[in-house]
Design a protein around this ligand. Structure first.
Ligand SMILES: [Fe+2]
Ligand SMILES: [Fe+2]
Length: 272
């Protein structure tokens, strides 16, 4: 099974990278399932219903979120009628929507997909290890689902790596998101879980985290805001990972995907 996971879509350059390239990639690489992190899709902050529909129409089968889930207040309402939209599963209390869903891939496989958020240098949510343990125990790989995937949205690499090794073998794929910079530590862990600490962002990399450089630099120099953060406007890079998942739900190969913009191109050789 062929799985593509794309990183945080930032503003218009990120959306254009996805809408212009994804439909062709689905065809050329015969993708069975595409997941996209959409937490920065609306001007860098959150997601609207119109943008959710735009990403779904481009071929996303699931859209995950993170600390920016509710930046667009309408997300608190429309998430209830957006079955492919997932917010972190470990929000405390009464968060609307869902953090986990069982979906069907194009090849008929049952895909359990989950979004969890780390707690190191992040909001103090419920313990992601224990919440995810509960969810994966209720729908085990090879029993309740054929493929299990988790987007772990976190700042600290130590937390992401600990999470991945703790769940190694019980997920097909665990990807890190949130830092907006792709790491080159993609690999299949000993138990069969494909892993990368961060899949990067879909956005303009001639920027600071996808945002125009001037305001972040100004704030570091002066500790006073001078304007709002706005997404950079150059060509966006499509960034994520391509994963080949075997019949037993464990991964066989993982490769980086980077297309367009200022980053060096990367494609999965095993599909080209
Ligand atoms: Fe993000
Ligand atoms: Fe984030």
């Amino acid at each position: 099974m062929r799985f593509l996971f794309l990183g945080d879509v930032v503003g218009r350059p990120g959306r254009e990278a996805v809408t212009s390239r994804l439909p062709k990639l689905i065809e050329r690489w015969k993708l069975d399932f595409v997941a996209v992190n959409g937490e920065n899709a609306a001007g860098g902050f959150g997601i609207t219903e119109a943008i959710y529909n735009e990403l779904i129409d481009a071929g996303a089968d699931a859209i995950t979120l993170g600390n920016h889930s509710w930046d667009q207040r309408e997300a608190l309402v429309f998430i209830e009628r957006a079955p492919k939209l997932l917010r972190p599963v470990n929000y405390p209390g009464k968060a609307p929507g869902r953090g986990v869903a069982l979906m069907e891939a194009k090849n008929g496989a049952r895909v359990l997909i989950m979004n969890a958020m780390g707690r190191v240098f992040m909001d103090d949510l419920d313990d992601p290890f224990r919440v995810v343990e509960r969810e994966i125990s209720a729908c085990r790989l090879g029993e309740g689902c054929d493929v299990a995937v988790c987007d772990f949205h976190g700042e600290a690499t130590s937390e992401k790596q600990s999470f991945a090794y703790y769940f190694d073998g019980r997920f097909s794929l665990i990807v890190g998101t949130h830092t907006h910079a792709p790491t080159s530590d993609h690999r299949v862990l000993p138990g069969g879980t494909a892993y990368i600490s961060d899949i990067g962002m879909c956005g303009d990399y001639d920027s600071v985290l996808g945002m125009d450089k001037d305001e972040p630099i100004h704030r570091f120099l002066n500790k006073i805001p001078s304007s709002r953060f706005e997404p950079a406007t150059g060509e966006g890079t499509l960034s994520g990972v391509a994963v080949e998942i075997g019949k037993n739900g464990h991964s066989e190969r993982i490769a980086p995907v980077r297309l367009g913009g200022v980053l060096e191109e990367a494609k999965p050789k095993f599909w080209e």
